[in-house]
Design a protein around this ligand. Sequence first.
Ligand code: GRF
Length: 205
Amino acid sequence: MNVVVLISGRGSNMAALLDAEIGGGTIAAVISNRTDARGLALAQGRGIPTGVVSHRDFPTREAFDAALAGAIDRYDPSLVVLAGFMRVLTPAFVERYAGRLINIHPSLLPAFPGLETHRRALESGVKIHGCTVHFVTPALDHGPIIAQAAVPVEEDDDEASLAARVLEAEHRILPQAVRWFCAGRLVIAGGRVRVVPTSAGSRQP
Ligand code: GRF
């Protein structure tokens, strides 16, 4: 199963995927909307094909998304993973990959969709924060939830320390979600995701 990973920056979630055993999945390519995304070099160093489709080269979101889809489809993906991909995608793009497009978000959705989740979590005084992997639907940071991990908010946390604790959890649940997807274990019904048991004879643990 080909998996295409989209990034915009550091690429630590992408690296976690590259390091993980993802069952029948193969990371076929890493594509960024930014030429300076640090994760690109990391992927290249691991021998993974990379590509850049810069949003700056396109006059509209629709034109950018169409070009991005063209770059992705060269790899015939079963799954597209948004791993720190910082662009809002058009409904047409999301529809094209319906059921095979997932995102990692640094909060316990539906709390704190959007940006600056760690700052907002600290300001709101929550004691538990975390991260979510979900199927992507046209509404931003919405969509059926595949996996979540909770982390405590400590009294002396600042944005950086909280982000670091959440990031560790991201690096656990994103590979887990991809592994489940690639093993055919995710079923969406009524807006909820069920993780079905491993079928007999499957290679999954
Ligand atoms: C992660 O916290 C991810 O959840 C968010 O952006 C950050 C990307 O980090 N959407 P990285 O590029 O995976 O290191």
